[in-house]
Design a protein around this ligand. Structure first.
Ligand SMILES: [Zn+2]
Length: 130
């Protein structure tokens, strides 16, 4: 019975592991919120930090900077749940391929428009605000 269940799983789910959302570790210090592992999150998504910072600053309506140790420092108090929601929104919007949901994308320019190109499935998607 168990064998038959396994055999009926589509090839795809067996071969490709799902993208794991990086988890932000943040804490509050005075009126600031610090994301301790921001640089490793950026590394995991392999994307330019300026765009991510701009998005986060806009979404929280506050000032966001990266300090000397690669931590993200936000003016204002945000819970770790809020921070993780932000990161998740960013990744879903700008990193994951809209077609296959894999994170192997890069930004390409087509006729002056920035598009998301997926290295995994080859899809080129228009993403607003990229
Ligand atoms: Zn894709």
């Amino acid at each position: 019975m168990l064998e038959r269940l396994y055999a009926s799983l589509p090839e795809k789910t067996k071969k490709h592991e799902r993208f794991e959302m990086p988890v932000a570790e943040s804490f509050q210090q005075g009126n600031k919120t610090i994301v301790r592992n921001f640089s490793s999150i950026l590394k995991a998504i392999n994307r330019d930090s300026r765009h991510a910072i701009k998005f986060i600053a806009k979404d929280t309506a506050t000032n966001a900077v990266i300090d000397d140790s690669g931590r993200l420092v936000l003016n204002g108090k945000f819970s770790s749940m809020q921070i993780n929601d932000l990161i998740k929104n960013y990744i879903t919007q700008f990193i994951l391929c809209p077609e296959c949901k894999r994170p192997d994308t890069k930004v390409v320019e087509k006729q002056g428009v920035r598009m998301l190109k997926c290295e995994a499935c080859g899809a080129i998607s228009a993403v607003k605000g990229l």
